[in-house]
Design a protein around this ligand. Structure first.
Ligand SMILES: [Zn+2]
Length: 380
């Protein structure tokens, strides 16, 4: 059996990764710079090669590439880990974002928990495996993916790459902070915007115009009624669907009948709901409530991810981590892999409570825990 990397070594790896800024360009600012994932992708590719991996670059967006590396195993099976390399912005952080300091049994900085913690553990294990001259039990594929925090294009890009090679993964872990608990499902979502189109007029003569804000208000109330109806439907394994009006925009001036009003909504889907069907239903519902022409822009359509907790991967991970499997309220890259992985879960060290926060950290004990779980999973 492989001797596991020490807590000091694991925290040193994570500190090193935090010190390489990889803020998603959409949330860049003066503190972060605008380089995105370029530097960390290059560094990770270098380490993968150094530790014996067959490295593949895959450009997803201009200058932003997923990096994949393969370690052939002793069997025909395929295991994979998807670890996103981008982080959210740092401009609002009250803590130094990139010092990667180690204190109080924790590692601090942007990405410390979301999700460079998993990357650090994986790199430390690959390093130890290579140094010991060991081969993993199954073929091992590590994917360092870009753009999870904004566009979420890295994961579907990886899924396309697998499809193009006819590669069906037996087991996939999507790395996110779950306290090393196997998460076997989370809701999907539909995000869209409705715009009511009225007619501008002088507000002294409102009868000459058609007020788009009043129509937007009717649509918002109809959507609230739909949310309330959903709350009376039977709960699935992932709970009950949710519908929230999240943005409203309209009006031209203090003395003008508003000619447009836009409403953005966020609809959370449970397992079995079809994003296209839900979108069509919401369009019909909004149109029925609107007295004006309505246009629609669909931003995101993501199905829910759900696998039964009785699956082999879930069961083994739960036994190794000592954690009871659960489902999560937030979304992850796991949605992208429905047809390219037989079994998939979300699992990683630390708590989502510290993700995206003004002070971000992970407990070093969580890194040790994941190292133990992954070493067993890889058959080291
Ligand atoms: Zn994350």
């Amino acid at each position: 059996m492989l001797s596991l990397p020490s807590p000091t070594h694991l925290s040193a790896w994570l500190s090193r990764l935090v010190q390489i800024p990889s803020v998603t360009p959409e949330q860049a600012g003066p503190r972060s710079g605008e380089a995105g994932e370029v530097r960390i992708s290059a560094a990770v590719a270098g380490w993968f090669a150094q530790f014996g991996g067959q490295v593949h670059w895959h450009e997803i967006l201009p200058g932003r590439s997923n990096v994949y590396a393969i370690w052939p195993g002793r069997t025909e099976r395929w295991l994979a880990v998807d670890i996103h390399t981008d982080t959210v912005g740092v401009e609002q952080m009250s803590d130094p974002p990139f010092d990667g300091r180690i204190a109080d049994g924790r590692v601090y900085g942007r990405g410390a928990v979301d999700t460079k913690a998993s990357l650090a553990v994986v790199l430390a294990l690959l390093e130890a495996m290579h140094a010991a001259g060991q081969q993993p039990e199954s073929n091992l594929l590590i994917a360092a993916t870009v753009d999870e925090e904004t566009g979420a294009t890295g994961a579907p890009g990886f899924a396309d790459w697998l499809r193009a090679r006819g590669l069906l993964l037996d087991e996939l872990v999507v790395a996110e902070p779950t306290g090393c608990t196997p998460v076997h499902g989370h809701k999907g979502l539909v995000r869209m915007e409705f715009t009511a189109h009225g007619l501008a007029a002088h507000s002294a003569q409102p009868h000459l115009g058609r007020n788009a804000i009043l129509v937007g208000a009717r649509v918002a109330l109809a959507l609230e009624a739909e949310h309330n109806r959903l709350q009376t439907t039977p709960a699935s394994a992932l709970g009950i669907p949710q519908l929230t009006v999240v943005l409203i925009n309209g009006g031209i001036g203090r003395n003008v009948v508003p000619d447009t009003c836009s409403l953005a909504i966020d609809r959370r889907l449970t397992d079995g709901e079809d994003p296209q069907a839900v979108t069509a239903q919401l369009i019909a519902l909004a149109a029925a409530a609107s007295l004006l022409p309505l246009t629609t822009e669909v931003w995101r359509q993501i199905p829910a991810f759900y696998q039964p907790s009785s699956g082999g991967l879930v069961t083994r991970m739960a036994a190794w981590s000592g954690q009871t499997p659960t489902v999560a309220p937030y979304g992850t890259n796991a949605w992208a892999y429905g047809d390219v992985a037989r079994e998939r879960i979300v699992l990683g060290p630390g708590s989502i409570d510290q993700a995206h926060a003004a002070v971000e950290w992970v407990e070093i004990a969580q890194l040790e825990k994941l190292a133990g779980v992954f070493a067993r999973w890889w058959g080291l």
